[in-house]
Design a protein around this ligand. Sequence first.
Ligand code: FES
Length: 141
Amino acid sequence: MGIGGSDMYRQQILDHYKNPRNYGEIEDPTFSHVGENPMCGDTIEMDVVLDDDEETIEAVAFRGDGCAISQAAASMLSETLPGTSIEDLKEMDRDDMIDMLGVDISPMRVKCAVLAEKVAQDGTDIYFGEKEVDKTVTEDD
Ligand code: FES
């Protein structure tokens, strides 16, 4: 699958890919957002529920279609985000996603690793009126 690293991490990625956590939809989420890697057409759509103060993420669900890295990253992120503050989400970057995946990611695959993170961040920015895009694309990363 074009990734290096230890067997344990590769197994973990495959496990998240085959058995994605929090896969599906949340009824009546605070917001939903979709992203695509235009190079391959892989997509991730995410539903997010914020707490009453709109400072912390309470729940995340996602659905998508794509490579093992993009979908495993979304699954792992969906486990990490509940309990995370909006401020901390905004500060996440590609290195956090690569650390989460635990494998060496080739430059070509970085877009795969960051798609879910970008969807969560853009969805948040759109919700708070700080950004205006219909869809996240990973072209610029
Ligand atoms: Fe499409 Fe990885 S090959 S997101």
